[in-house]
Design a protein around this ligand. Structure first.
Ligand SMILES: Nc1nc2c(ncn2[C@@H]2O[C@H](COP(=O)(O)OP(=O)(O)O)[C@@H](O)[C@H]2O)c(=O)[nH]1
Ligand SMILES: [Mg+2]
Length: 304
């Protein structure tokens, strides 16, 4: 698995891996015995990486079962199966709507999670796969938001629809989707605001944006939630709120390079039941990667 992509993923997960690998090595240095203390310490190491108690309980239960059924001889042979069991926590089949054509994507999430950056990276990915892309700047709340999206649009070499600051975001969506139809766009990516006066205001505004998108889009409309991996378990509560207001179809998990608790991806998959479609491992245009559960699990636990 030494492809350039795996190498980049692995680099992005360095902080998480060092932490988990360190703890697993301590565990292995205790000795080869697979006793109750071993299972407890394994559980603690996994919980410490933010995988969430539900996933950890399941992973450890499956490993205990395997250890008994296959009569695994020692701690090493149990840890050797860990990556596979972590990967099993993720759904094995789901539609990657970011690769569908045509499609309209509403990119939502809390302020600062990386929505605008992710729109830019997705624009580049889509252009590289030969698709006609249009961006819509529906974050009309922040002064700098449209300028920031313009910069990404320029980097990716795609057009962007915008209106003045303070304009109705739903009007931007209307304009964007009419232009997408006129241009024959394959993918329309709509950036939205992450903060308003209150969270109720924000959810109401996004619901309006979604209604207008559903009405005006000739392509299927999907909701992509951008989550910041560094916010850990707090992000889960925000995700539930977005999901109940809008119905989230997929997740982009950003800033995995900025946390030692990358296990949060496991908690997200297990507790939200929404597929992670992309992960962000840096600030550059090429730092958004398709999610693969086996690669992720392997990069997360390393060579312990
Ligand atoms: N390290 C890192 N930084 C990221 C990633 N994605 C976004 N960021 C940074 O997070 C900050 C907020 O991003 P932005 O797109 O403006 O968030 P928005 O408010 O949700 O639109 C910026 O400084 C981005 O460069 C990532 O995957 N890794
Ligand atoms: Mg933004």
């Amino acid at each position: 698995m030494s492809t350039p992509w795996f190498k980049r993923l692995s680099e992005g997960l360095t902080r998480s891996r060092e932490r988990l690998e360190g703890q697993l090595n301590v565990l292995l240095r205790r000795g080869p015995d697979v006793d109750e203390t071993f299972w407890e310490e394994l559980e603690d190491a996994l919980v410490g990486s933010d995988m969430g108690i539900t996933a950890v309980t399941e992973i450890v239960a499956r490993l205990r079962d395997l250890a008994a059924r296959r009569a695994l001889p020692d701690a090493h042979s149990v840890i050797a199966l860990l990556a596979e069991e972590i990967a099993a926590e993720f759904p094995s089949e789901y539609a990657d709507f970011l690769s569908e054509t045509p499609v309209t994507i509403l990119v939502v999430g809390v302020n600062g999670t990386g929505k605008t950056t992710t729109v830019g990276k997705l624009a580049k990915e889509s252009v590289d796969s030969g698709r006609r892309v249009l961006l819509g700047s529906a974050d009309t709340f922040r002064a700098a938001a449209a300028e920031q999206l313009d910069i990404w649009a320029e980097r990716a070499g795609v057009p962007v629809v915008r209106r003045d600051r303070g304009a109705d975001p739903a009007a931007v969506v209307f304009d964007t989707l009419h232009q997408a139809t006129a241009d024959g766009s394959d993918i329309a990516l709509i950036d939205t605001a992450g903060r308003l006066h209150t969270s109720t205001d924000l959810m109401r505004e996004l619901q309006k944006v979604q209604r207008v998108a559903e009405r005006e889009s000739t392509a299927p409309v999907r909701v992509l939630l951008v989550m910041d991996a560094t916010t850990g378990q707090n992000g889960l509560q925000q995700a539930r709120e977005f999901n109940s207001a809008l119905g989230v179809d997929g997740i982009a998990l950003t800033k995995l390079d900025g946390t030692a608790k990358g296990g949060i991806a496991v908690a997200i998959a297990r507790e939200l039941d929404i597929p992670i479609l992309r992960i962000g491992v840096g600030e550059g245009l090429a730092d958004l990667k398709p999610f693969s559960a086996p690669d992720f699990a392997a990069a997360l636990i390393g060579e312990a």
